[in-house]
Design a protein around this ligand. Structure first.
Ligand code: FE2
Ligand code: FE2
Length: 235
């Protein structure tokens, strides 16, 4: 299966104008499109409405997770409903099978990487914060466990490894993802992990267990030669 992937559209009608033409070719190059979060800028239903008008015209199956920006207006439930009504598979701690390939996804959360992962110690505010990260990890674990396909693609908004956030200021790395997510990838030896959020990170990395991780943030993809709003993976 050919999987096109992108993330961090931060949609505005103006910003999408330059993407409209290149996006129109996605159907010729891929069987399915993955959008790894931050579809909107402020999480407003109006933003989602105009994005959906553009996406429906692509006429290929779309699988998506929400990003932090899609939560900004606390209307994420409504956004998910709008997307689902238009036929988009929104992975929110859930899985989906398409042509023998399994997709599992969730937004993920922040918290840092490796030895720097924030642990649940001290104030209750810290504990609540860490719990949010653990909850997202458990949701991903559950979603992956449900799939019975030989190949599994994991989609998150936040990065599961530090390698693909390289290029971002080191001070903000802990806010770009959490390596707790990578433990799930390794435990299940998934085929591919896609994420966004680190707009200035690195395109490719892998978990310690060897799972390929790809950062498909739009700004990164558009900085390549040739610039393209999505990247295609053959699985
Ligand atoms: Fe973003
Ligand atoms: Fe983001």
């Amino acid at each position: 299966m050919r999987i096109a992937a992108t993330a961090d559209l931060h949609f505005t009608p103006q910003s999408y104008d330059s993407l409209r033409e290149p996006m129109s070719h996605v159907r010729d190059e891929a069987d399915l499109l993955v959008i790894a979060g931050d579809l909107t800028n402020y999480g407003k239903p109006e933003e989602m409405r105009s994005l959906l008008n553009a996406l429906v015209g692509l006429r290929l199956p779309i699988v998506a997770v929400l990003g932090n920006h899609d939560y900004e207006s606390c209307q994420e439930r409504q956004l998910i409903r709008m997307m689902t009504d238009d036929g988009i598979r929104v992975l929110d701690g859930s899985g989906y099978e398409h042509d023998g390939v399994g997709f599992a996804g969730t937004k993920g959360f922040i918290g840092g990487f490796g030895r720097g992962v924030l642990t649940s110690f001290g104030e209750r505010e810290i504990k609540a914060f860490v719990q949010a990260s653990l909850d997202e990890t458990l949701r991903l674990e559950r979603a992956v466990s449900m799939l019975r396909t030989p190949k599994i693609v994991v989609v998150t908004h936040y990065a599961p490894i530090a390698e693909t956030v390289l290029g971002e200021p080191q001070e903000i790395w802990p806010f770009l993802g959490s390596s707790r997510l990578a433990e799930v990838l390794d435990r299940h030896q998934v085929s591919l992990a896609l994420h966004g959020h680190a707009h200035h990170g690195k395109l490719e990395g892998s978990t310690t267990g060897g799972v390929p991780v790809r950062n498909v943030a739009l700004s990164l993809l558009m900085a390549q030669q040739p610039a393209r709003p999505y990247r295609v993976f053959d699985l």
